[in-house]
Ligand binder design. Structure first.
Ligand code: CO
Length: 455
């Protein structure tokens, strides 16, 4: 069985375990070995890496990408991209989405994996078209979750639509690590029967079951798997590359000498982050409870932080029980960024206010007005009305209402932006990018153990 490998240590691995803090120099130190190891692709950019570069590392994310590209001669480079949200948390106008795709490909990205938190494929139309226009590999990822609406038929239907949108490959993205082994087998079998493009499987080792899930995915004929080199694998990250490669045998096409050299370098780097506390060894411990609660690890640490700020840690269990109820009210959104943060905040407010939906964050109101896209499941009209009154509910793609903005930002920042790439950094993360570009190093060291992002 031939299975292609996508190495995630340099994106999801360090994002999941150590708050995305690998520096460009550290990445470059391990890259030549990874580039020679025979991977199909290296995931190196997107997700939280862009924000972390600017916010915590005082690095230019575009410069990072160009340096990575210059040292990667044999392997495709892959990034993660949240469709109309790009790498941010809200919908951006089409001109910014298209320009971001153009510049990502121009600076070295080969494969762009796009996904939408709600699996509303309308939110992927603009990025998908742009990826095809600039000759990138379009991979459409479906956010995996469980609910009465998220059946195998539901995913097969979405996969067919993704294929019709021109996807070069599909990804099943189990950001919480809750896809059970036998479900994975049935899901991938059904997908293989119904679509012809290659399928990638992305999961997280969080629950402890992931290696078995990989085995079942391979049995079902998966084409590609996402794995992380052992030093940055396990726990909330992916399963170890070397382990799955050994399971597959010679057909993995991976060269263990190069993997071993890369492992040694990455182990030294990892040890440094354990010593300085950025990599909390707790992130490496399996959390089988997630299979019952379905609440991803990053979201749990976010809930705990918010409750600590409110001096309400004693309400933790009540909040955990409220999360699935809120999710049901909202039509079962997958718990991925930004929905995971929104559902978590609403659950906390419902418990702390001692009355459900007495307090409602603006983001939840916007969601109920359809500003994030279509909810996967049904939302009770009475419930909706109790929150947003008679406000109109969007029946079209949310970004249709957004006016072009790139040229406005380009003009606004003509004295500080050195390039169109800088304008894009400003478009996505205006205050931090501005601070970076003004050459002001952060004098306040922001110390966050986990970004709380699930991807
Ligand atoms: Co992930």
């Amino acid at each position: 069985m031939s299975v292609k490998f996508v190495e995630t240590a340099l994106r999801d691995g360090h994002q999941s375990l150590m708050a995305t803090r690998l520096t460009t120099d550290e990445i470059l130190s391990v890259l030549p070995e990874l580039d020679q190891a025979g991977y199909y692709a290296l995931e190196v950019w997107g997700g939280a890496t862009f924000d972390a570069c600017l916010r915590y590392l005082n690095e230019d994310p575009w410069e990072r990408l160009r340096k990575i590209k210059a040292q990667t001669k044999n392997t495709k480079l892959q990034m993660l991209f949240r469709g109309q949200n790009i790498l941010g948390y809200k919908h951006y106008p089409d001109d910014i989405v298209e320009k971001f795709v153009e510049k990502s490909i121009e600076n070295g990205i080969d494969i762009i994996r796009i996904f939408d938190a709600l699996n509303d494929l309308r939110n992927l139309e603009t990025s998908a078209k742009a990826i095809k226009k600039y000759h990138g590999h379009l991979q459409i990822a479906l956010s995996y979750t469980t609910s009465p609406v998220h059946s195998i038929d539901y995913y097969v239907d979405l996969a067919n639509q993704a294929q019709d949108m021109g996807a070069d490959s599909l990804c099943i993205k189990d950001m919480s690590g809750i896809l059970m082994p036998d479900v994975a087998y049935n899901l991938i079998k059904a997908l293989k029967k119904n679509i012809s493009i290659p399928i990638n499987f992305h999961t997280h080792a969080t629950s402890g079951l992931a290696p078995i899930t990989y085995k079942r995915a391979i049995d079902a004929g998966i084409d590609m798997v996402d794995t992380a080199l052992s030093p940055l694998s396990g726990g909330t990250s992916q399963v170890a590359t070397e382990a799955i490669a050994t399971l597959i045998g010679d057909e993995s096409k991976l060269d263990f000498n190069h993997l071993e050299n890369a492992k040694e370098t990455l182990t030294r780097i990892k040890d440094k982050y354990i010593e300085n506390g950025i990599l909390n060894p707790k992130a490496l411990t399996p959390n089988p409870k997630i299979l019952h609660s379905q609440i991803p690890g990053g979201m749990i640490s976010n809930l705990l932080n918010q409750l600590k700020d409110q001096k309400a840690l004693d309400k933790y269990e009540e909040v955990l029980e409220e999360v699935p109820r809120v999710r049901k009210d909202l039509g079962y959104p997958p718990l991925v960024t930004p929905m995971s943060q929104m559902v978590g905040t609403q659950a906390i407010m419902n418990i702390l206010a001692k009355e459900r939906y007495k307090l409602v964050p603006d983001e939840i109101k916007a969601y109920l007005r359809g500003n994030y896209g279509k909810a996967p499941g049904h939302i009770d009209p009475e419930f909706r009305k109790s929150i947003i009154g008679d406000d109109p509910v969007l029946d079209h793609r949310p970004a249709d209402d957004l006016k072009p903005r790139f040229d406005i930002l380009k003009e606004k920042y003509k004295d500080i932006a050195r390039s169109e790439e800088d304008v894009l950094s400003l478009a996505l993360f205006e205050p931090v990018a501005l601070k970076y570009l003004k050459g002001l190093k952060d004098d306040v060291v922001e110390f966050t153990l986990h970004t709380g992002e699930q991807s």
